[in-house]
Write a protein of this length. Structure first.
Length: 182
């Protein structure tokens, strides 16, 4: 980890398979501080054709395929939540019609991944914990939510390094959202 002038930390990963056919990317991720909803920066350096070339800056949103991938991810996430028996408790804390939840999650993820700030433009600061406080989220609901997200991510984002970059902070956030013990 390296501290940068803004006080945030960046992690540098040197790997030939960090990103498919990409020189380098700057991608947002949730800061290590639990509950932080603002993206920090993760610098992922990749070697193309075994030769370092000039770095390019790319958002994670673009690296995974942009709008189409985020739409597919959020759609599949709610589809799994609605159909998996092992996600029943998580599903029960959501409204009967998931379309509004799906749209809000799409808007939030779009901005969080470095795309257009759709959610904040429409609704202001996410205030995720306070907006979800009315839903009883215990360890089982949290784990079921993560099951749906992980499966949807695996089905829509083919590159394992990108999935890992996304899943780590999302898992921390899911743990932060838990508001009951049982």
């Amino acid at each position: 980890m390296h501290k940068i002038p803004s006080g945030r930390f960046v992690k540098r990963i040197d790997s030939t398979d960090a990103l498919p056919r990409s020189n380098a990317a700057t991608v947002p991720f949730l800061a290590k501080t639990i509950g932080t909803e603002k993206p920090a920066t993760l610098e992922v350096a990749a070697i193309r054709d075994s030769v370092m070339t000039d770095a390019q800056t790319e958002t994670l949103y673009n690296a995974i395929g942009g709008d189409g991938t985020v739409r597919a991810l959020t759609h599949r996430f709610y589809e799994l939540m609605d159909t998996l028996p092992e996600a029943a408790r998580c599903r029960a804390v959501h409204p009967a019609d998931l379309s509004g939840s799906e749209e809000k999650f799409y808007e939030y993820l779009t901005g969080w991944l470095g795309g257009p700030p759709l959610y904040t433009d429409k609704r202001g600061h996410p205030r995720l914990r306070s907006r979800h406080f009315g839903a009883a989220i215990g360890p089982q609901e949290r784990d079921e939510w993560l099951l749906c997200f992980t499966r949807a991510l695996e089905e829509t984002v083919p590159h394992p390094q990108l999935r890992s970059i996304i899943l780590e902070p999302v898992t921390r956030l899911a743990h932060h959202m838990q508001n009951k013990d049982e």
